[in-house]
Design a protein around this ligand. Structure first.
Ligand code: NG1
Length: 409
């Protein structure tokens, strides 16, 4: 895999009157190792940027027009003017992601200058590897550089996280932060409000294997509604529990976020016990996932720092169980891939990203990783039966965040 730059330059010339690109932008996808559906609850997460992502070959223009030609013919060309009046096309249109970046940057920084670009990707789309954020961030970074807006990676990540709500998905800020600020060889421990990234070295002999289920979790139809519903349920659970705890004098002040609740009550176990006492049904399940997953992120950070691969694997397994039974975002195909990875020798495996489809991530060491890749490769999920193995299973390399640079001569 990887993007062929000569091919991109040729495609650029073919699309834009024989001209040559002047710049390359690359924004990586990401795989989340643990901490799912926590970012929009203001709780820390632990993803890493991938060696695969979105690449743009581009040339700035002197007006506000953006013209994008995607190398994948499934995505028709898109043209728009940078400005505050941009509206989403809806229905999962791929052009909504670049427009999201352009509208937000026009609104906040009065950028106007557009560009022509050819877009290439070596990420599977809608697979929980954050191809949509990679595209939004690549365009956002390009507009900032061309428009001389001096934001650092995390400032831009905060802006892009809000920008992406334009598409209708009320996501958190994980994808934008790791895509822009990831570091080669490291996972990123990301905190929110305020947004902060700490880079944690991934032990040299750990291997994270990504495998695609072939079930697309398009954030346009049901997956978007289900995602937004989960977010709303997490908020409702928090609010109703905090009101009861304040009313009954268990906390001095009304907590207004999950981190505030955890701080006010003092321990994960006590917060979970209050949840069991005062919540029920779907709200209890969503709450239990969020609070227990937050504890797993802390334990996973510790396991990473002392290179305890078995402990990290156990936490991934527990995360998957919680996402399956309490958060209800797994599926038969994802559960099957997790089982295959474990039978193949992985020490842990879980769905990664929002769920509903997409990919799993499994952990193995350097000595056993080939067995895991073989097991996953040998048993393709039915929608991917004819897809080459390197397009559905690969070993993730912790990679750097996005770059904007002169077109390589
Ligand atoms: P993916 O897997 O890319 O759909 C989504 C959200 C994240 C996060 C995860 C679940 C967007 C852009 N991304 O990611 O913020 O909430 O789900 O942990 O909405």
């Amino acid at each position: 895999m990887g993007v062929d730059l000569a091919g991109l330059a040729e495609a650029f010339a073919a699309a834009f009157d024989g001209r040559t690109p002047t710049h390359r932008v690359h924004a990586p996808g990401r795989v989340n190792l643990v901490g799912e559906h926590l970012d929009y609850n203001d709780l820390p997460v632990l993803p890493m940027a991938l060696q695969r992502g979105i690449t743009l070959a581009l040339r700035p223009r002197d007006d506000e027009t953006v013209r994008l030609v995607n190398l994948d013919p499934a995505y028709p060309p898109v043209t728009f003017e940078v400005g505050v009046g941009l509206e989403p096309d809806g229905g999962g249109a791929w052009g909504d992601y670049p427009k999201a970046a352009a509208r937000e940057l026009a609104r906040r920084f009065a950028v106007y200058r557009g560009f022509d670009a050819v877009v290439a990707s070596d990420l599977p789309p809608a697979a929980g590897l954050s191809s949509s954020s990679a595209l939004t961030n690549a365009v956002g970074l390009a507009l900032c550089e061309i428009g001389l807006v001096g934001l650092d990676a995390l400032e831009l990540a905060g802006v892009m996280a809000m920008a992406e709500h334009f598409t209708g998905t009320m996501g958190g800020g994980m994808d934008q932060a790791v895509t822009l600020a990831g570091r080669r060889g490291h996972a990123a421990r990301i905190d929110f409000r305020p947004l902060r990234v700490r880079h944690l070295l991934v032990p040299e002999d750990w291997r994270f294997v990504v495998a695609d289920s072939g079930v697309r979790a398009e954030k346009s139809g049901p997956a978007q509604a289900a995602y937004n519903q989960r977010r709303a349920e997490c908020g409702e659970a928090l609010e109703s529990l905090c009101l009861v705890l304040a009313r009954d004098g268990h906390v001095d002040e009304l907590p207004r976020s999950y981190p505030e609740l955890l701080r006010a009550v003092g321990s994960t176990q006590a917060v979970l016990a209050f949840g069991e006492e005062y919540l029920d049904g779907a709200l209890l399940k969503r709450f239990r996932h969020v609070v227990s997953e937050a504890a797993r992120v802390e334990e996973a950070r510790d396991a990473l720092m002392v290179a305890d691969i078995m402990a990290f694997g156990d936490l991934m397994n527990a995360s998957h169980g919680s996402l399956r039974t309490d958060f209800l975002v797994s599926s038969g195909p994802l559960d099957r891939l997790v089982a295959i990875a474990l039978e193949g020798g992985a020490v842990g495996a879980r769905l990664t990203g929002a769920g509903f489809g997409g990919c799993i991530v499994a952990l193995a060491d350097a000595g056993t990783v080939d067995g895991v890749v073989d097991a996953l490769g040998r048993q393709p999920p039915p929608p991917l039966a004819d897809v080459p193995v390197d397009r559905r299973v690969f070993v993730a390399e912790p990679s750097d965040g996005a770059v904007f640079e002169a077109w390589p001569a």
